[in-house]
Design a protein around this ligand. Sequence first.
Ligand code: SF4
Length: 217
Amino acid sequence: MAYEHPRCDHCGDVGCKAGTPGKFKFCPTNVSGYGKEEIAERYSEPILQKMMTVAAKVERGTLQEVNGVRTPIRPRISEIMAFADEMGWKRIGVAFCLAARDEALRLVKVLEARDFEVCSIICRNFGMTKGEVGIPEEACLKSPSETVCNPIYQAELLNEAGTDMNIVVGLCVGHDMLFNKHSNAYVTTLMVKDRMTANNTVGPLYSNFFSEILKKK
Ligand code: SF4
C-alpha cells in the first residue's frame, strides 16, 4: 500500500471514535500536517459554531432513550425542520427534479404546515433545451430539442429569493453538484434519486450487483 492520503477505509480499530486515532499508518493524523488546535480554530466563526452546536442538538433530539435503549425517534425530514428551527431559518428553498415532483409536493405541504415559508424550483425551470446549453446530440436521449435540467438557475432563483436553507429533492448526478456549488444558502439533501432502485441508493451495495466487478480486484 503506497498511499499518501488518508485511507480510513483500511483502518482496523477506528481509534478516533474513542479519541485515540493514529495507530494506522495512513490515519489522517499521520499523513497530514494539521494539528487539533488548528482544526478547532476552523470552527470558531460564530455561524459555524452555531451550526455545529445545532447539529449536535438535533442528533441528541433524535436519539432518545426508549425502554432503556438509545433509539432514533424521528425521520430525517423532522431533523431538517428541527435544524432550521434552531438556526432561526424561516425561508426554505426546495430544489426538486421533475422525477421527484410527488415527493417535493409532499415535503412542501409538511414544511408549510410547520409554518416555514417555501420557495420551490423544479429542475426544468425556463424550459431550456439540451441544445441551448451546448449538449451534443450523441449525449441526448433523443435529440438536443429535449428539455434539460437547469441546476444553476435553480440555485440562482433561490439565491434571488433569499432562502435561509435549501433542500435538494432528487436532483440528477452532476446537476446536484452544480446546484450545491451555486447555492448561496447551505444545502441539505432529503432525497437522492436512483432510477433503478426506487431511490434506495445504497441497496446495490448489499446485493450481488457488483459481484463481478469485485471479483476482478
Ligand atoms: S481517523 Fe485514523 S483512527 Fe479514525 S478511522 Fe481514520 S485511520 Fe482509523
